[in-house]
Design a protein around this ligand. Structure first.
Ligand code: LER
Ligand code: MN
Length: 275
């Protein structure tokens, strides 16, 4: 099991990111704890030095399985489904601007809250059409570079667009691009899926990335999810990607990261023994 953890290049408002601030110091700590990779949250690629970022990650023996993009929504209001076409175009351009670093590192580009919410006065079907159109443009731009995108079903309290696996799979069939898949997040699945394992099985080989947090969005082991059963179902789909920690920095960032990796490695052993 390859493990990564979310790390932001800059200070971020989003709470379920354990590490923000001094990038190299954080990468060094994450490597010391035994993680294999860092999922890097980048608001705007123009604000980061891609060479330096890639250098730091590989200098510490890590890889970058995914790039998170949600801060462009949280801090700038960019979205694929804004009624203002200027905002929609800017959102598409922003995602496409992540392609060079993704191509270089092999990272999947995450589409989380940047898809937006259905704003007052906007019809849901219209928002879905905008979403499909934007994602088709992004997939077409990413494909020649071998870059994949992953749309994350997000719970109903954060968005009104694509909350669960069924809606996510339906969206994928509308987009019709082989470089578009889903990012499943156990925190959201616990709210939206009748049975988490069934949701995983329904996605099969369309799972491009995987977030773990416990039921309360603490580190895995800090709540009541059955991670042995969840990860067993995940790997039974043939998933070869990363299991990426995206949880609250509680009781503090370092403790949450250490407890998460200790717990997940124990589960890995149990899964290996039961095979
Ligand atoms: C981002 O990966 C996520 O899970 C969302 O909750 C962002 O708000
Ligand atoms: Mn997530």
């Amino acid at each position: 099991m390859k493990l990564s953890i979310v790390l932001s290049t800059h200070a971020a408002q989003f709470q379920a990111v354990a590490f923000k601030g001094d990038f190299e110091a954080n990468v060094a700590k994450i490597a010391t704890w035994g993680y294999d990779g860092v999922e890097v949250a980048i608001r705007d690629p123009r604000l980061v030095d891609a060479d330096e970022l890639a250098r730091v990650v590989s200098a510490h023996g890590l890889v970058m399985p995914a790039i998170g993009t949600g801060q462009a929504w949280g801090e700038e209001g960019l979205s694929f489904t804004d009624p203002d076409p200027v905002v929609r175009v800017a959102a598409v351009e922003r995602i496409i601007s992540h392609v060079p670093l993704a191509a270089r590192t092999g990272a999947v580009i995450i589409i989380g809250l940047l898809r937006g919410i259905v704003k007052p006065g906007v019809d849901h079907a219209q928002a879905m059409d905008w979403l499909v159109d934007a994602l088709q443009q992004c997939c077409a731009a990413a494909r020649p570079h071998g870059v994949r995108l992953a749309l994350e079903p997000i719970n109903r309290y954060e968005t009104t667009l694509i909350n669960n696996v069924e809606q996510g799979m339906e969206l994928l069939s509308r987009i019709g691009a082989d470089n578009m898949g889903l990012l499943l997040d156990t925190f959201h699945m616990n709210i939206e899926e009748p049975v988490i394992e069934d949701g995983i099985r329904a996605c099969g080989d369309r799972i491009f990335h995987f977030h773990v947090a416990d039921s309360n969005r603490w580190y895995p082991g800090g709540g009541h999810l059955d991670f042995e059963s969840i990860l067993d179902a995940l790997f039974a789909t043939g998933y070869q990607g990363f299991v990426s920690g995206e949880f609250m920095p509680l009781p503090d960032a370092d403790t949450s990261a250490e407890r998460s990796i200790t717990y997940l490695r124990q589960i890995q052993e149990q899964l290996t023994m039961s095979q």
